[in-house]
Design a protein around this ligand. Structure first.
Ligand code: 5RP
Length: 222
């Protein structure tokens, strides 16, 4: 199977976590796109979804899936389904390859369970080979870059990219993220950082990993 087939198989496996008559939290990316297409084909009704990006909202609306404004939802949202750029064995993630990290973190925080869907290339021993995306308020670009350099990273501006929230992304190369929770908090404390792509405070609860031997269900290691 090629990477796209693995992504699709994994995304469709996540449909098992969706219950009738519920609102679903929906992430962003090419793996999630397969999940959205699967949601549209379910043989039972869902109430709709809350979305983590304009791109996912558009795709769901094209399928006729109702997308709720997150602030209007008062009921429990049982499941958030999203991809990742990297996961470690504790299911701490790097996210934001598609630039939607802030809304992804917000929606993940509103849902009871985070089911991460990824192909096997995304499971790593230590986070950081994938450049860490950080959403930054534009006037803080230099400040945040300096602070990340002091932490051992090499910041690169994502050229020609603006987030759904009107901000920039710095991609930080060369970090070895051995203590994801501590690093997430440290980066969050830099003025001008909107969100770091480390998802440790809101790590995944379940990782569905697409492998050539099938989709494996992985729970966080102690
Ligand atoms: C978007 C994300 C995506 O989940 C991540 O980049 C993985 O994307 P893909 O499923 O296309 O490999 O965090 O901000």
């Amino acid at each position: 199977m090629d990477q796209n087939q693995l992504k699709k198989a994994t995304a469709l496996a996540a449909l098992e976590y969706i219950k009738p008559n519920t609102i679903v939290g929906v992430g962003t990316g090419s793996t999630v796109n397969f999940f959205i297409d699967g949601l549209a084909d379910l043989d039972f009704e869902i109430k709709g979804a809350v979305s983590s990006s304009e791109a996912s909202t558009r795709r769901m609306q094209e399928h006729g899936i109702k997308v709720f404004d997150l602030n209007e939802v008062t009921e429990t949202i049982p499941v958030y389904v999203d991809g990742a750029d990297e996961s470690d064995s504790g299911l701490n993630l790097i996210k934001g390859g598609g630039g939607a990290l802030t809304r992804e973190k917000i929606v993940a925080a509103c849902c009871e369970q985070f089911v991460c869907i990824a192909d096997e290339s995304k499971l790593v021993e230590t986070l950081g080979k994938f450049p860490l995306p950080i959403e930054v308020i534009p006037m803080a670009q230099s400040l945040v870059a300096q602070k990340l350099k002091a932490m051992g990273g090499e910041p690169m501006l994502r050229e020609g990219f603006t987030t759904d929230n009107g901000n920039i992304i710095l991609d930080i190369h060369g970090l070895q993220i051995t203590t994801p929770l501590a690093m997430e908090k440290e980066i969050n404390n830099i003025p001008g950082v909107v969100t770091t792509g480390i998802f440790a405070l809101h790590a995944a609860n379940i990782l569905l990993l697409g492998t050539s031997e099938g989709v494996k269900k992985i729970l966080p290691a102690d």
